[in-house]
Structure formats: C-alpha cells, structure tokens
Ligand binder design. Structure first.
Ligand code: PMV
Length: 353
C-alpha cells in the first residue's frame, strides 16, 4: 500500500513582526504577530508527500536537493507529531471496533518541496514550506484535526508557518501556556474581506541571508533592551490597533502601523549585539522613496515592510498599484522591462497631480 498527496501553500508577510522566542524547542514567541497571506499566484511552495512499505527512512528534497532529515529537529518535530496523531487515531478507530484500520503510522515518508521564489532570502520561504509540509502530512495521514491544530504543528517547524495555514489576515496569538497548546494562528479576516489591497514584492537580492532568523532572534532576546519595550508595550497596543484598522478597512492606519512595525523590528535588530542589519542600501532607498510617495496631499498611499532580509513587500490599494509600479520602475529600471516606455515626473506623483 502506498499513497501520495500534493499540496501548495502561500507565503505570509507579517505587518506586526514576530521576533524572539520564549521557548526555543516548542517555538513559542515573545510576542503575538499578524500577517497577510499572499495569493498563491504570487509566491508559493508545492510539496508532495508519500509513504510506502518499500521506504527505509524518512527523506526530504528541498528544491531538488536532499536535506538530512535526521539533522533537522524542525522537520522531525513535524513528522513525529503528525505520526503520533496518526497512531493515536488508529488506536481510537480500533477501539471503536474498526478491525481494518490502515497502519499508516508505521511507514516512512518521502517528501519533495519546491518554492517558486528565492529560498531563505527573507521572503518567508520557511512559512509556506512548513505550512505546506504539515498540511500535506495531515492529509496523507487523514487526520481528523482542525486547521488551528495544524497551525500548532507547523509552528514547531517554523514559527511564522502557523500563519500560512489560513488565508487573509491572520494573527499568531503568542499564548500563555508552557506547553504551547494555546500558541496558534487565528484568522482575523478572510481574503474576501479586503480584496482592494494588493502586495508588490521587490526582490532586492535573492542571496541567502547571512544571519538566519533562528540565530538572529536568539541574540536579540539575549542582548536587546529595546526588545523588552517592544514586546511589553508596543506590540500589544499595535495588535489591537491594526485589527481595528483591518476591520474598518482603514488603509492609512493599517499602512502607518505596518511601516512603523517594520522600522521597529529592524531597529531591534540593530539594537542586538553584535548588531544585525538585514536592510541594504537599496532597501533604504525603497523606504526613502515610499516616504516621499506618501508625503503628497493624499497622505499614505502605500506601506513598505521588510522581513529578515533586504527584499521589500509593499501593500497598497489596487487603485494605486499601476502608479506605484511606474514610480518604482522609474528609480529601479528592470533590465527585463523597457525603461523608455514610461518616464513619469516623480514630483507630480508626490504632489498627487
Ligand atoms: O518563522 P521564522 O523563524 O522564519 O521567522 C520569521 C521572522 C520574520 O519573518 C522576520 C517576521 C514574521 O513575523 O514573519
């Protein structure tokens, strides 16, 4: 008996950033966070998982290259938890008198995962990757569990992955319990709630980041004094404010909180000792340009945010997207586009003319 399941999962980009763990093993955060799940036609991971009696060990290929599952505690966390739940499920079915229960939990699993975008470059590849892996495993094992339960398992692969199990606007509630059973993702609003908002991704660099989020967070928790202020005062207030802005579809409030939170996250990185700088000169130029773009008479028209890398994600209402792309490509002409096609006067854009 063998079986294969293929799933895809989207990336999510946080507007209130998660940065810092209170429990490294269970991946419990020091603050709650909130993100938007992007549509799957943008960035996505596709993963196939299968089991077969002929497999002799668990194996996983990431973008075609085999990873050593035995060396990754995170992959093992997800595999062992889904397998444990499967074996519990098999026992419960047998108890109910079902004598032909398939003992899937005894088989090894093979998995292959592909991202359609740069991996580990600060574009949330671990979020879509672990969300997809866990969802596919749950389907393979036919587990009768909720998406929130799946989000808790995905969290033990990569924290931010718990948010990619839902579409739309998603909060990861940090929870209070030591065992992490209340640290899970919750959908604040579905993707249909605010379809006017779109995301533009500016790939500034597709190189793998020098400081992984895991080691960066560790050093921040150990050394940053600013982090204490952020997690105790700023984030709890901003979580309430941004949820209100999302509910009211108040883009200006949403955008201001998003940009401030990205800025504070990178300030906390710089406050870490030794300091971590994820932004490069191009990222800083993007911040400068968007600040100028937002300083016209119409006020805030777009929001930038940067994860642990130099790449920018810009959230803006659909109505502003064309103008924004023209504006950005004026300053960063892509070698693939025709730079002579459109030359707007940026000052006119600032002034909303
Ligand atoms: O889930 P991780 O370990 O890849 O950490 C993600 C951290 C940020 O992307 C910087 C912020 C976030 O909330 O996604």
């Amino acid at each position: 008996m063998s079986k294969t399941i293929t799933c895809s999962a989207p990336v999510n980009i946080a507007v209130i950033k998660y940065w810092g763990k209170r429990d490294e093993e269970l991946i419990l955060p020091t603050n709650s966070s909130l993100s938007c799940t992007l549509s799957q036609d943008q960035l996505q991971t596709r993963t196939s998982v299968s089991f077969s009696p002929t497999y002799t060990k668990d194996r996983l290929w990431l973008n075609g290259k085999e990873e050593d599952v035995s060396k990754s505690a995170r992959l093992r966390n997800c595999l062992s938890e889904t397998r444990r739940l499967r074996s519990e499920y098999e026992a419960s079915l047998e108890k109910k008198g079902n004598s032909s229960v398939a003992k899937l939990s005894q088989y090894f699993v093979h998995a292959a995962s592909i991202n359609n975008f740069p991996t580990a470059a600060g574009l949330a590849s671990s979020a879509s990757g672990y969300a997809c892996f866990v969802f596919a495993l749950c389907k393979l094992y036919e587990l009768p569990i909720s998406v929130s339960d799946m989000s808790r398992i995905a969290r033990t692969g990569s924290g931010s992955a718990c948010r990619s199990l839902f579409g739309g606007f998603v909060a990861w509630e940090m929870g209070q319990l030591k065992d992490g059973s209340d640290s899970q993702a919750v959908q604040i609003a579905p993707e249909t709630h605010w379809p006017e908002i779109e995301a533009i991704i500016l790939v500034v660099s597709d190189a793998k980041k020098a400081t992984s989020s895991t080691s960066g967070m560790q050093t921040t928790v150990q050394t940053s004094e600013l982090l204490q202020h952020r997690i105790s005062e700023v984030v709890p207030r901003r979580m309430k404010e941004i949820i209100h802005a999302i509910e009211q579809k108040d883009f200006k409030a949403f955008a201001e909180i998003t940009m401030k939170d990205s800025n504070q996250f990178h300030a906390v990185c710089l406050d870490t000792y030794p300091p971590i700088c994820y932004l490069n000169d191009v990222s800083k130029k993007v911040i400068e340009l968007l600040t100028a773009y937002n300083s016209g008479p119409d006020g805030i028209k777009a929001a930038y945010t940067f994860d642990a890398g130099p790449n920018a994600v810009i959230y803006a209402p659909k109505a502003n997207i064309k103008e924004l792309i023209q504006f950005i490509s004026f300053y960063f002409p892509s070698p693939r586009s025709n730079p002579t096609a459109y030359f707007p006067d940026p000052l006119k854009i600032f002034q909303g003319e």
